[in-house]
Design a protein around this ligand. Structure first.
Ligand code: ARG
Length: 478
């Protein structure tokens, strides 16, 4: 993202304002600052210029602007765009926002043709168009970072498809799972986020221009031309709604908040797993920092920060919902408040996805530690119960038998798989030598061999399906 340039403040006379005609008094200096948005909406300059070019071209097609006007407007906009990109553009607070800064600069360069650009248009449909164009790119960028992250997960899951670790419920050891299976759970969360991003993009890709201030325009415009030029799939069907709708901003913030909630959950696990108490994984040094006082420390800063950043995305979503709830139709100045929360969610989502996409493939697992941990906590107790059921015992009775065996194990500090057959037979005489096959970690995970189960073969199959699903989830209509 480009860093906004600080606009120059000035107290201008009414005549210098693009709307100064009906005013006697200059705007109060503080009010000018207070109502201006140029410090943060200048990041929309590319979209604003693209929208202006399309609008002008359409006006020419329907005979409202001459060929001469169009060529001047286009070359003037070229110059404005180049100046902004080069950091040479003087943003001014007295010109309030990105739209009037650009239009005024254009008019300074090309004269009267610049003044004709705003024919049949209002800043209300202009800003709505700019944000939609901006958000379309933001969705595409987020989708590409999310895809990179999911590719990393697939790669890591493949590497560790048969690595055994404890699976948890209530953060207590529950049953053995494969690390690849755990990573593929993360993949599922993110794939839903990608799907939601695609939904958001599909719904926002509609053209507001033509709605003008609120009621449409009396010029013989052809909205389909503008739509086509800007690559929108359709036009907003009601002019009042076109200028006032910010659902797409709310939807994006909701997707960002949900995705950050997922990244935060992953972060929590990464933080736990890198602690010396768990010691399940290693994060490379380049994603960690040290402590200024404790020389031994290697802190998992990236996951911690991502976990922390989830908060602001929830806040941004609440801001936008609250911003919209009391607004009567159509445009109100309140809407100017949509940008900062929205842009913050865009930046936060892109930054967090990027950090994770870089970090995830670089994770290494301490497989021996994971395996040892999986043997603690009687993780194969359910397997013993299932064994008894296969031998004819009703499940509730089997559950009780295993409960006794576990109690014995706790008292004598012995895992189920380490008990002798004679001991095990004390709990149920239908237990035979073949029980040891199910009490091993491999026996346990291999037996969960259905779709969605943790068996290594199933993880492999899930990765294969995952690759296909990833390539078809975020589809952009041509
Ligand atoms: N800066 C304004 C915004 O962000 C642009 C639209 C202003 N329209 C108006 N009628 N004042 O919403």
């Amino acid at each position: 993202m480009n860093t906004p340039k600080k606009p120059t403040a000035s107290t201008s006379t009414p005549a210098e304002k693009l709307w100064g005609g009906r005013f006697d008094e200059s705007t109060d200096a503080f009010v000018e600052e207070f109502t201006a948005s140029v410090s943060f909406d200048q990041r929309l300059y590319r979209q604003d210029i693209a929208g202006s070019r399309a609008h002008a071209t359409m006006l020419h097609s329907v005979g409202v602007l001459s060929a001469e006007d169009i060529s001047q407007i286009n070359s003037g906009l070229d110059q404005v765009e180049a100046d902004i990109a080069a950091g040479k553009f003087e943003w001014s607070v007295s010109r309030e926002d990105v739209h009037m800064n650009i239009e005024a600069a254009l008019t300074e360069i090309i004269g009267d043709a610049g003044k004709r650009l705003h024919t049949g248009r209002s800043r209300n449909d202009q800003v709505a168009t700019d944000i939609r164009l901006y958000m379309r790119d933001a969705c595409d960028e987020a989708a590409s970072e999310a895809t990179r992250l999911m590719e990393g997960l697939l790669q890591l899951a493949d590497k560790y498809h048969d690595t055994i670790m404890p699976g948890f419920t209530h953060l207590q050891t529950a049953q053995p799972v494969t690390f690849g299976h755990h990573l593929m759970a993360w993949f599922e969360m993110l794939l839903r986020d990608l799907d939601r991003l695609g939904d958001t993009r599909r719904r926002l890709n509609k053209l507001p221009l033509g709605a003008a201030a609120l009621a449409g325009t009396s010029y013989p415009i052809d909205r389909n031309i503008t739509r086509e030029l800007l690559g929108f799939d359709g036009v907003c069907e009601n002019s009042l709604d076109a200028v006032s709708d910010r659902d797409f901003a709310i939807e994006f913030c909701s997707v960002a908040a949900t995705c950050l909630m997922h990244l935060s959950r992953m972060s929590e696990e990464l933080v736990l797993w890198t602690s010396s108490q768990f010691n399940f994984i290693e994060l490379p040094d380049r994603f960690c920092t040290g402590s200024s006082i404790m020389p031994q420390k290697k802190n998992p800063d990236v996951p911690e920060l991502v976990r922390g950043k989830s908060g602001r995305t929830y806040g941004n979503l609440m801001s936008l919902l609250t911003l919209m709830k009391g607004q009567p139709l159509a445009y109100n100045k309140d809407n100017q408040e949509d940008k900062e929360p929205l842009f913050d969610s865009v930046d936060t989502l892109l930054g967090c996805l990027r950090a994770f996409a870089d970090m995830i493939p670089a994770i290494t697992a301490n497989e021996a530690v994971m395996r040892e941990a999986a043997k603690q906590g009687f993780s194969t107790a359910t397997d013993l119960a299932d064994y008894l059921v296969r031998k004819g015992l009703p499940f509730r009775d089997a559950h009780e038998v295993v409960g006794f065996a576990v109690r014995h194990g706790v008292e004598n500090n012995t895992d189920l798989g380490d008990m002798s057959i004679n001991i095990l037979k004390q709990f149920s005489d239908i237990i035979e030598e073949d029980v040891f096959a199910v009490l091993t970690l491999e026996g346990s995970v291999n037996s969960r061999a259905h779709i969605g189960g943790t068996a290594p073969d199933q993880v492999k199959a899930a990765i294969e399906r995952g690759r296909k699903r990833l390539s078809t989830t975020y589809q952009i209509s041509a």
